[in-house]
Design a protein around this ligand. Structure first.
Ligand SMILES: [Zn+2]
Ligand SMILES: [Zn+2]
Length: 353
């Protein structure tokens, strides 16, 4: 099978084609796994972090890609596998021919206190698709049967792929904001995730003001066209204080700014796997009275649970939330990643495999 493989970490500025198109053997299944014929795989900003070494290191060589849509081609003793997760959370067994998705969560232990509490995203044995196991930048992939998600019929494969990470993690970030209808929300950065969050937030909170901060004027226009009530640069003052902010940028400046705009009791959720090290001293310059006093909170969002993915897919189908996307051929994955690195983003990028 064809696969775009990462064999060693690389800085895209000096090595703009870090992935190699290779022919690999099709994966062989072990008990409890399914084989997918991949049809689409979304390209995520986290993949830049994986390639450039800002995340826990991938198991090299690795096939990247954790927003996978595919058809189940084969199953291996799925029903016999002793599942340690509770019956309530057990997923129906996927059938051959069924269209399913795979998200960032490839597996978790199923029995630690986090897993049992429904926070399998925090499990110490959490495994990530396309980092700890081979992902979807390929014609085939294998995955545990209980970690695939049915895709609602209303989505095409290309529409569904970006929902599996950008959308699902964005949805988890929005849940962590504890927003109520009528409260105001700020979105810092407007790439693959926050443009979907804007659509979800408009659906769930029709009376809320939603403002967008981006350094890129095209993204600000895009945000307004999708219904943001205001869009400005990162350091511009929004028209009113904000009850919650979701920050998806890779740097610290926006965190510094967002804390100033938060209302008393407001919450900042950082949806970024890593922040750039070079400017971290910005945080040390926090002004306690204006940026944290009055019970302002700052929190990160880590990974996703299967529940997040499934709730979000359902919500997106009900609300007819569809991502904006651009398609690339599998062999052009390096180009898609480079354009993302250069900030040439309008919605989400999807590989046709
Ligand atoms: Zn992702
Ligand atoms: Zn666990």
């Amino acid at each position: 099978m064809k696969a775009m493989v990462l064999e060693s970490l690389a800085d895209l500025r000096t090595r703009p084609t870090p992935l190699n198109l290779l022919l690999l053997p099709e994966p062989t299944l072990t008990e409890g796994e399914v084989l997918l014929r991949v049809t689409r795989c979304g390209v995520c900003h986290t993949e830049l972090d994986e390639i450039e070494g800002r995340t826990p290191p991938p198991h090299l060589p690795v096939v990247l890609g954790h927003q996978v849509v595919g058809i189940v081609e084969e199953t291996a003793d799925v029903r016999e596998r002793p599942l340690r997760i509770s019956r309530r959370r057990r997923s129906p067994t996927p059938e051959i021919g069924q269209r399913v998705g795979v998200a960032w969560i490839a597996s978790a232990c199923g029995h630690c206190k986090h897993c049992l509490a429904g926070n399998e995203n925090l499990c110490s044995e959490f495994k990530a698709t396309g980092r700890d196991i081979n992902g979807g930048y390929a014609e085939y992939m294998k995955v545990r049967a209980d970690f695939v998600h049915p895709i609602p019929d209303s989505f095409t494969d290309s529409e569904a792929a970006p929902l599996l990470c950008a959308g699902s993690v964005g949805y988890r970030a929005l849940k962590l904001c504890h927003l109520q209808d009528g409260q105001s929300l700020g979105l810092m950065g407007f790439g693959g995730s926050n443009h979907i969050v804007l659509k979800v937030a408009k659906h769930k909170f029709p009376n809320s003001q939603i403002v967008v901060f981006s350094r890129n004027p095209e993204e600000r226009e895009f945000a307004l066209s999708l219904g943001a009530t205001w869009a400005g640069a990162i350091n511009q003052n929004p028209p009113e204080g904000l009850d919650a902010v979701i920050d998806t940028t890779p740097v610290w400046d926006p965190v510094h700014e967002a804390l100033k705009f938060l209302n008393p009791g407001g919450r900042l959720v950082i949806n970024a796997i890593r922040k750039e090290e070079s400017d971290k001293e910005i945080l040390l310059r926090l002004d306690y009275p204006s940026q944290l006093w009055m019970e302002k909170e700052i929190k990160s969002v880590a990974n996703v649970t299967r529940q997040d993915v499934r709730e979000f897919l359902q919500l997106a189908a009900e609300a007819n939330i569809k991502p904006e996307f651009q398609e690339y051929e599998l062999k052009d994955a390096n180009q898609a990643l480079l354009e993302m690195k250069q900030g040439k983003i309008r919605g989400s990028k999807v590989l046709v495999t």
